[in-house]
Design a protein around this ligand. Structure first.
Ligand SMILES: Cc1ncc(COP(=O)(O)O)c(C=O)c1O
Length: 392
C-alpha cells in the first residue's frame, strides 16, 4: 500500500500490543496474569450501569450535540470548578469518547510543524506519537526515580525555548505513579507565567486516584486557568471504572473548545448518548465506589511494592497516585524490553517495558496493580522464580 508519509510518524500504545500477544498465548492454553493494561478490574458501579441502560430504554439512541449533552457539560463544569477551585462554564467543556481524543484534538489544533512541545519522559506514549504526527518536535524533561519521578524544575525551565508552543503535564502520572506536589505546581506556574505564549495540556485523568494529600492542578494557578491557556484532560475511565464506555472530556478556553468540537464533528460526530447519561449519573450520584476502589488500590500498591522489593535485582519506590508500579530492574542485568518478554514467556506475567513510555523508561518495568490480591501475589511468586534463575 502507498500510505501517506505522515503515517510513518504515528506511534502506538504498547499496552494494546502486549495485551494482544498475551491473549494469543491464552488461546494456546497458557495461563497469563495481566498486569499490562491500565484499567481498573472493578465493574462499573451499578447505578451508573443502570443510568446507561435507562437512557437507552428512554430512547437516547441518537446523535447528541457535538460537544456533549448540555446537562453533562454543565455537571462537568461544576465538578471541575469545585475540585480545582476555579470558575468554569459549560462552554469550555468538550465531551469526547475517552480522554484520549483531547490529546489528539488539542495537539492537532495548537501545534504547527516545527513547534516544540515540552513533555515528561517516560510518559503516556500517545503524547509523543501525536506531536510527531503533526510535525512538531517533542522535547523531553526526564523523570527519575531518585526524584520520586517529579520534574527537576531547572531541567524543565531549560527545556523551554522560543519555539515552545505547548507543555504537557501529567499528575498523578502514568507510567510512574509519581505526583507533582503543590510546591512543584507553584514552581512550574512561576516559570510558565514568564511565558504567556505557551499553552498547557494538563492530563489529570488520575486526579481522583491519589493516596496522600490534596490534588494540585496547574489550572488552579493564577494566569493558568482553562479560561486562559490551559487544557485540562480528565474523564471517567479510571475514576469510575468505565474504560469500555469511552467517556472523557477537556476543559479549555471557550474559543479553543469551539475548534476542538469542530475536529470532533469531522471525526466521530459526538460521544455515545447513553454513555453520556451514564457519566451524568457518575458525577451526580454517590461517590462511595470511588473511595472503596481507592482504598483497595492502596492495599494492592503496598502488596506489590513490598513484593517487588523482595525480588532479586528489583527496587521499587512507593507510587503516590494512579495504579502503576514502575520498579527499577537494572540489578537484574537485563534490558527492560528483554525482561518484559521473558516474564511473559516464562512466568506468564504480562507487563510493559519502561521503554514503551520513552527512552528514559529504560531500566524499569511498568506493572498495573489494578488487579486482584490473589493475582498480584501469584505474579510476584512467578516473577521471583524466573528472576532467581536469570538475575545477575
Ligand atoms: C495518562 C493517561 N491519559 C489519558 C488516558 C486515556 O484514557 P481514556 O481515553 O481511556 O479515557 C490514559 C489511559 O491509559 C492515561 O494513562
Amino acid at each position: 500500500m502507498k500510505l501517506a508519509s505522515r503515517m510513518e510518524r504515528l506511534g502506538t500504545e504498547t499496552a494494546f500490543s502486549v495485551l494482544a500477544k498475551a491473549k494469543a498465548l491464552e488461546a494456546e492454553g497458557r495461563e497469563i496474569i495481566h498486569l499490562e493494561i491500565g484499567e481498573p478490574d472493578f465493574g462499573t458501579p451499578a447505578h451508573i450501569v443502570e443510568a446507561g441502560c435507562r437512557a437507552l430504554r428512554e430512547g437516547h439512541t441518537h446523535y447528541t450535540p457535538t460537544a456533549g449533552i448540555p446537562e453533562l457539560r454543565e455537571a462537568i463544569a461544576g465538578d471541575v470548578a469545585r475540585s480545582r477551585r476555579i470558575d468554569v462554564g459549560p462552554e469550555q467543556v468538550v465531551v469526547t469518547p475517552g480522554g484520549k481524543p483531547i490529546m489528539f484534538f488539542s495537539i492537532l489544533a495548537l501545534v504547527e510543524e516545527g513547534d516544540e512541545v515540552l513533555l515528561p519522559n517516560p510518559a503516556f506514549p500517545i503524547y509523543e506519537s501525536m506531536v510527531d504526527f503533526v510535525g512538531g518536535r517533542p522535547v523531553f524533561v526526564p523523570l527519575r526515580q531518585e526524584n520520586g519521578f517529579r520534574f527537576d524544575l531547572g531541567e524543565f525551565r531549560a527545556g523551554l525555548s522560543g519555539r515552545t508552543k505547548l507543555v504537557i503535564l501529567n499528575s498523578p502520572a502514568n507510567p510512574t505513579g509519581g505526583v507533582l506536589t503543590a510546591e512543584d505546581i507553584a514552581g512550574l506556574a512561576e516559570i510558565l507565567r514568564e511565558r504567556p505564549d505557551v499553552y498547557v495540556l494538563s492530563d489529570e485523568i488520575y486526579s481522583r486516584l491519589l493516596y496522600t494529600g490534596d490534588f494540585a492542578s496547574i489550572a488552579s494557578e493564577r494566569g493558568l486557568g482553562p479560561d486562559g491557556r490551559t487544557i485540562i484532560l480528565d474523564g471517567f475511565s479510571k475514576t469510575y471504572a468505565m474504560t469500555g464506555w469511552r467517556l472523557g472530556y477537556g476543559v479549555m478556553p471557550a474559543e479553543l473548545a469551539e475548534e476542538v468540537a469542530k475536529l470532533q464533528v469531522n471525526s466521530n460526530s459526538c460521544t455515545s448518548a447513553a454513555t453520556q447519561y451514564a457519566g451524568l449519573a457518575a458525577l451526580e450520584g454517590p461517590q462511595d465506589a470511588v473511595e472503596e476502589m481507592l482504598s483497595e488500590f492502596r492495599a494492592l500498591r503496598d502488596l506489590i511494592v513490598d513484593g517487588l522489593n523482595g525480588l532479586p535485582g528489583v527496587e521499587c519506590i512507593t507510587p503516590q497516585g494512579a495504579f502503576y508500579a514502575f520498579p527499577r530492574i537494572v540489578g537484574t542485568g537485563r534490558p527492560a524490553d528483554e525482561l518484559a518478554d521473558l516474564l511473559l514467556d516464562e512466568a506468564g506475567v504480562a507487563c510493559l517495558s519502561g521503554t514503551a513510555f520513552g527512552l528514559h523508561g529504560e531500566g524499569h518495568l511498568r506493572l498495573s496493580y489494578a488487579n486482584s490480591r490473589e493475582n498480584i501475589s501469584r505474579a510476584l511468586e512467578r516473577m521471583g522464580e524466573v528472576l532467581s534463575r536469570v538475575a545477575l
